[in-house]
Design a binder for this molecule. Structure first.
Ligand code: G16
Length: 543
């Protein structure tokens, strides 16, 4: 066995963001770049000799190359076994499921999620701990610290391992086991939801369309929706994963999932539509000519959770990221369960779930999940919805409208300004921070500012403090404007502006969100001076 110790120099830019390290493919292709980060992970987690690791990714460009490098480095760093999804494929929730099911030490997931792929697209890598969830900030900070001082990495000199057939091979002293990426996950889904009831619904003429966006969930959706549940062939569209996602932007929202949106708003629209992203953890839910906001979807799943087998006992609590609308807070109040508000990023939910404090959680960025794994889970959300639809036998739209009648409607929208010059984006944030005291208690049209702050969070489980998590302008009627800089972008800065207004009056629930939020949007643009400071009249994406 020939283990090489390779001398290297640190790269200054290996600080993990909201969800791991995400960079352009050519950045990862630089000599030693991936190796440095992987060695920094291994040095930080200090796995015992012989430990087992899970490895897989969303199949994007560079996935296969990275898999081979990581396998050889794992062998040289004393791992005993690596479980690899066939073809190097594992959706993010499936990786979490496999880590938990086989109680492995942890796992490495290769994905840049919803970011575009291909030779000029994005690539990413993140470490998930033994609970199946993204490493906590304490661990990612440690990885970053190691990356800044790295002088060498270890790698085995060996031929590539075949990963396209289910098999067990040896790499040095380490076992490499190629596993079916879909089966463990499918079994888990079957244990949570009433598959016979969903199957009856799907065979009764209730039509669905699932857009896998040429990303990792294609094989998962085909297996579960078409094979196990009997949806007609073709219910899954764009179901073949491609290294560049067919040139698309695999982000399930009204802008990027346009193929599906056209179908769902067209003449012969199916009853239910859904899409998921590059690595299968995000979801978008649509009814016939009707869009369900992710924040509403989370609230609705919480309110209807006991209709699904896996949640019959009720919920211990719920959690949402700070910018996510407070719709779920109202449900939690009615159910008399705790509701936690965390910073953006799934890693903050893990501790709460491990401690048994929450069962369901979600983010406005098309992410919903539960304690069945420690990642958000796109297909899980789709199955949860189908289970509710199978029991309630109503349309998506009527279920949502009834929900609003009961709890009120939280009008919600997010404006993304992508690819801004970093200084301009920082300038907007700085300007807002400096004006906090001037804004407080000021009246803007029908809105009065109650308080402003830079959100910080003390983890109730481990006591860790996360600061600088987004600027909040909170109004006396519960409306909110939030500004945040993205931690997942790979080009310039992305500034996100989140807007929320609560409406109890049912006669106004039919309004379009942009119409209902018009005044708040104007106020947000005024006080931030965003347009003047960035030179942008329009956001890149509105969700
Ligand atoms: C964005 C979203 C977050 C989400 C994160 C990772 O982060 O705003 O809510 O947790 O992406 O999601 P995914 O793993 O699907 O990429 P940011 O920092 O860009 O706002």
């Amino acid at each position: 066995m020939n283990i090489r110790t390779v001398s290297t120099q640190p790269f200054p830019d290996q600080k993990p963001g909201t969800s791991g390290l995400r960079k352009k493919v050519p950045t990862f292709q630089q000599p030693h770049y991936l190796e440095n980060f992987v060695q920094s992970i291994f040095d930080s987690i200090a796995a015992p000799q012989g430990a087992t690791l899970v490895l897989g990714g969303d199949g994007r460009y560079y996935n296969r190359v990275a898999i081979q490098i990581i396998l050889k480095m794992a062998a040289a760093n004393g791992f005993g076994q690596v479980l690899v999804g066939r073809g190097g494929i594992l959706s993010t929730p499936a990786a979490s499921c496999v880590i938990r099911k086989y109680r492995t030490f942890g796992g490495i997931i290769l994905s840049a999620s919803h970011n575009p792929g291909g030779p000029d697209g994005d690539f990413g890598i993140k470490y998930n701990s033994g609970n199946g969830g993204p490493a906590t900030e304490t661990v990612t900070e440690e990885i970053y610290a190691k990356s800044k001082g790295i002088a060498s990495y270890r790698i085995l000199d060996a031929a590539d391992v075949p990963v396209d057939q289910l098999a067990e091979t040896k790499l040095g002293n380490m076992k490499v086991k190629i596993i079916d990426p879909v089966s463990d996950y499918s079994e888990l889904m079957e244990s949570l939801f009433d598959f016979p009831a969903i199957s009856t619904l799907l065979k009764s003429g209730f039509k669905i369309k699932f857009d896998a966006m040429h990303a990792v969930n294609g094989p998962y959706a085909k297996e579960i929706l078409e094979r196990r549940l009997g949806a007609p062939a073709g219910s899954v569209m764009n179901g073949v994963p491609l290294e560049d996602f067919g040139g698309g932007h695999p982000d399930p929202n009204l802008t990027y999932a346009h193929d599906l949106v056209e179908i769902m708003y067209g003449g012969e629209a199916p009853d239910f539509g859904a899409a998921s992203d590059g690595d299968g953890d995000r979801n978008m839910i649509l009814g016939k000519r009707f869009f369900v906001t992710p924040s509403d979807s989370l609230a609705l799943l919480a309110a209807n959770a006991t209709l699904a087998r896996g949640y019959k006992q009720g919920l211990a609590g719920v959690a949402r990221s700070m910018p996510t609308s407070a719709a779920v807070d109202r449900v939690a109040k009615a159910l008399d369960i705790p509701c936690y508000e965390t910073p953006t990023g799934w890693k903050f939910f893990g501790n709460l779930m491990d401690a048994g404090k929450v069962t369901l959680c979600g983010e406005e960025s098309f992410g919903t999940g539960s304690n069945h794994v420690r990642e958000k889970d796109g297909l899980w959300a789709v199955l949860f919805w189908l289970n509710i639809l199978a029991v309630r036998k109503q349309s998506v739209e009527s279920i949502v409208r009834e929900h609003w009648e009961k709890y009120g409607r939280n009008f919600y929208s997010r404006y993304d300004y992508e690819g801004l010059p970093t200084e301009a984006a920082n300038g907007v944030m700085q300007h807002l921070r400096e004006n906090f005291s001037l804004l407080t208690h000021k009246q803007f049209g029908s809105y009065a500012v109650e308080m402003c702050d830079d959100f910080s969070y003390i983890d109730p489980v481990d006591g860790s403090l996360s600061k600088g998590q987004g600027l909040r302008i909170l109004f006396s009627d519960g409306s909110r404007i939030i500004f945040r800089l993205s931690g997942t972008g790979t080009e310039g800065a992305t500034l996100r502006m989140y807007l929320e207004a609560f409406e109890a009056d049912v006669s106004r629930h039919h309004l379009d969100a942009q119409e209902a939020l018009k005044e708040l949007i104007r106020i947000a643009l005024d006080i931030s001076e965003l347009q003047a400071r960035t030179g942008r009249d329009q956001p890149t994406v509105i969700t």
